[in-house]
Design a protein around this ligand. Structure first.
Ligand SMILES: C[S@@+](CC[C@H](N)C(=O)[O-])C[C@H]1O[C@@H](n2cnc3c(N)ncnc32)[C@H](O)[C@@H]1O
Length: 204
């Protein structure tokens, strides 16, 4: 399938004032799963340039909070319920700052993180798998019991193993692919809900 850089979602994003076409993936997944509610605290990993942040900020409203993290700088927003951090989500200090900015445990962790592709398939897939684990690790640190994780993945041999890891921490795990995902892309999302902290983590 040919890669169309400026498809209908790209054009729609420009018209609707979204910073990226990715906004429509979250809009679609929200309609499907109702993953974000008014007043929620949300973490958005791999948030640049900020389409998901715009969607999430509207959904949580003035009483909620969305913290966006990316390796790249994100242009500031006027919305007071969006906080931004530049850095590697893997970094302990960044994870501490997410916690501080959030003002409490998160209701939902979103991860649309994707590596800069090298063109070397195995290396790129290995990095994607690393980012999946990273998103799970952040979710385990920051989610309230019952919270949820939406994480971008790509079709690979690792999927069963990652799905099994998710099932150890969440009551239910499903795979989903929004229509707004680029045609021909092997990307999809895991939606894991009903976070069950390990007893030691819950006690601390
Ligand atoms: C597909 S883009 C995200 C688009 C975003 N959801 C939106 O709506 O605009 C993927 C992002 O993941 C970021 N990323 C990759 N690895 C990361 C890491 N270790 N920590 C933080 N961000 C990372 C990249 O810099 C890139 O901006």
């Amino acid at each position: 399938m040919a890669y169309i850089p400026q498809d209908r979602f790209f054009k729609k994003a420009k018209q609707d004032g979204y910073r990226s076409r990715a906004a429509y993936k979250l809009i679609e997944l929200q309609e499907r799963f109702r993953l974000i509610n008014n007043g929620n605290r949300i973490v958005d990993l791999g948030a640049a340039p900020g389409g998901w942040l715009q969607v999430a900020a509207k959904l949580v409203g003035a009483s909620g909070k969305v913290v966006g993290v990316d390796l790249q700088a994100i242009q500031p927003f006027q919305e007071k319920n969006i906080a931004l951090l530049q850095g590697d989500a893997l970094n302990d200090e960044i994870q501490r700052q997410i916690n501080e900015l959030l003002g409490g445990m998160a209701h939902c962790v979103l991860s649309d993180m994707a590596p800069k592709l090298s063109g070397i398939r195995d290396a790129d897939l290995a990095r994607c798998q690393e980012l999946n684990r990273l998103a799970l690790q952040v979710a385990q640190q920051l989610l309230i019991p019952g919270g949820s994780l939406l994480v971008k993945s790509f079709v690979s041999e690792d999927l069963q193993a990652f799905s099994a890891e998710l099932k150890k921490s969440f009551a239910s795990v499903q795979r989903t692919k929004p229509e707004a995902s680029r045609q021909g892309s092997s990307e999809f999302y895991f939606y894991a809900k009903g976070f069950q902290p390990k007893p030691s983590a819950a006690a601390s």
